[in-house]
Design a protein around this ligand. Structure first.
Ligand code: SF4
Length: 215
């Protein structure tokens, strides 16, 4: 068996086990609409979902849509997102993104990856999450958990998110992309932890070439 077919078969077996364990395909971020999800994902860079979920209710109460956020004072937005880290940058990005949504998309969120990545602060991870969670399109969301876990599992041996996304896309049909990346995210978050993976309890340890190799 060559490396490609080995990875392909492993990905299919992992899909069956992990999606049965974590069938929920939604992000752990709380949001009420596509605009809120877009903003929440931008804020989640270098920050936990829990911290973002604590910060966003006040932000969305003050600025409920792109039109309001586009006109928001930078200092006020900075204060509201301060706890998510890198708040100067994040506040400026979400205001600039809101302006672009108002100017070019009638204050709505576009539904294609190509359009979404034009928005300040929006990369492929965010764009994939928005198209899959909001618009029901296939999306492979490679966040830090997915990148690390897919690499250890040997299905996407890369340290670079866009390359990891392409490798996963080659292994599975489009219809499986969204569910698979959300399930891998859960596996990484709850078992395949960055510093000390819980291999003894991991539900896919028999398929993992990295199992028990972390001292
Ligand atoms: S066996 Fe260990 S290294 Fe492999 S996916 Fe599970 S937790 Fe991660």
């Amino acid at each position: 068996m060559n490396a490609i077919s080995d990875r392909h078969e492993r990905a299919q077996e992992l899909y069956s086990i992990l999606v049965a364990l974590w069938p929920d395909q939604g992000p752990l971020l709380r949001y009420a609409n596509c605009f809120e999800l877009l903003v929440a994902v931008v804020l989640s860079a270098q920050c936990t979902d829990e911290q973002v979920n604590k910060a966003t209710p006040a932000l969305f109460a003050a600025f409920p849509g792109p039109r309001e956020l586009a006109l928001a004072p930078l200092e006020q937005v900075e204060a509201l997102v301060r706890t998510t880290g890198f708040y100067h940058h994040k506040a400026a990005n979400i205001i600039a993104a809101a302006k672009l949504l108002v100017e070019e998309y009638e204050a709505t969120v576009p539904d294609s990856i190509e359009e979404l990545v034009r928005l300040p602060g929006v990369g492929r991870k965010t764009a994939n999450l928005v198209v899959s969670a909001c618009f029901g399109k296939p999306g492979i969301v490679v966040d830090t958990h997915v990148l690390r876990t897919a690499r250890r599992l040997g299905i996407a041996p890369s340290d670079e998110a866009n390359r990891s996304e392409r490798m996963i896309a080659e292994l599975l049909p489009e219809a499986q992309w969204t569910a698979f990346s959300f399930a891998i995210n859960r596996l990484g978050k709850f078992f395949c932890k960055a510093r000390k993976p819980l291999c003894a309890d991991c539900p896919v340890r028999i398929l993992c070439p990295s199992a028990y190799s972390f001292g």
